[in-house]
Design a binder for this molecule. Structure first.
Ligand SMILES: CC(C)=CCC/C(C)=C/CC/C(C)=C/CC/C(C)=C/COP(=O)(O)OP(=O)(O)O
Ligand SMILES: O=P(O)(O)OC[C@@H](O)CO
Ligand SMILES: [Mg+2]
Length: 251
């Protein structure tokens, strides 16, 4: 499958900035106006893209919210779905994920079969993405909902072998996930091993609360840093700018 417009734009921006700063908006924890405000605040203070999604989503207003957000911002707004039922139109692209570290067929193929046909009907751009869940100290929503066992934190080579398989299957992005609100983020070794052994673009997130935590993950080879939960309480333009500065290693 050819690289779409949004993926090409992300790749070019990664080339230009070194790494990108993504803010994850969870439509379940924000009302319409709050989601719009949070998205605008992030993009006005150094974020490069927005991800929208949740492990469990019951927001029926999502298409209208995305349309409102798209009207206000020119940066990419990308769907990060917890399942096929979250596939709605209006996004610049969807991270078309497969939970490769799990052995639950529902998240390896079922959701993709149900969601894929919707992606085509809506004309959404898909970014084929391996999703790897890494143990982060406590049970996270993704682990619970997906009913899968995460990769042990002290076994980075296990992430690496999943990354190699995913690349050979044609995936171009890999999301190394500690889970939303994780106690400990994905250890740098997991990022470094995937960087060394594949050419996929590396997204990482889960439990990143300080700019320095982001910076060391960029140094290890991550190209997109995702923060979400932090901004549910903190609405701080200065901290957003500090994250952007820590992540953008090039001018
Ligand atoms: C490609 C399609 C159509 C579906 C993919 C389905 C897959 C593989 C899902 C992986 C498992 C899963 C439940 C992922 C959720 C990812 C996500 C959006 C996490 C962020 O949400 P949280 O913030 O963790 O949710 P909480 O706010 O409930 O903690
Ligand atoms: O909410 P946080 O902990 O920042 O995690 C973001 C993202 O990786 C969750 O899917
Ligand atoms: Mg959340």
């Amino acid at each position: 499958m050819q690289i779409g417009k949004t993926e090409a734009r992300l790749n070019a921006e990664i080339e230009r900035r070194g790494a990108l700063f993504a803010v994850l908006l969870d439509p379940d924890t924000s009302d319409d106006q709050a989601l719009l405000r949070a998205g605008k605040l992030a993009l006005e203070n150094g974020a490069d893209l927005l991800l929208v999604g949740g492990s469990f989503m019951g927001n029926i207003n999502l298409p209208a919210q995305v349309a409102a957000l798209k009207k206000e911002v020119s940066l990419p707004v990308i769907l990060f779905p917890g399942g096929a039922s979250q596939v709605v139109p209006g996004f610049d692209a969807i991270l078309f994920t497969t939970l490769v570290t799990g052995r639950n067929p529902n998240y390896l193929i079922d959701e993709q079969v149900r969601g894929g046909v919707l992606v085509r009907s809506f004309g959404l751009e898909a970014i084929p993405t391996a999703y790897e869940l890494i143990n982060s100290g406590k049970r996270t929503a993704v682990e619970y909902i997906s009913n899968t066992v995460p990769v042990p934190a002290d076994k980075p080579k296990l992430s690496m072998v999943h990354s190699i398989a995913a690349e050979l299957m044609g995936m171009r992005y890999v999301y190394l996930e500690a889970g939303s609100g994780a106690e400990t983020p994905v250890p740098v070794e997991h990022i470094a091993y995937t960087r060394k052994s594949t050419q996929m673009k590396i997204i990482t997130g889960g439990g990143i609360r300080e700019p320095e935590t982001a910076a060391v993950r960029v140094a290890a080879g991550a190209q997109i840093i995702v923060t979400g939960t932090l901004w549910e309480k903190v609405k701080d333009p200065v901290l957003l700018k500090e994250f952007a500065a820590a992540i953008h290693t090039k001018a």
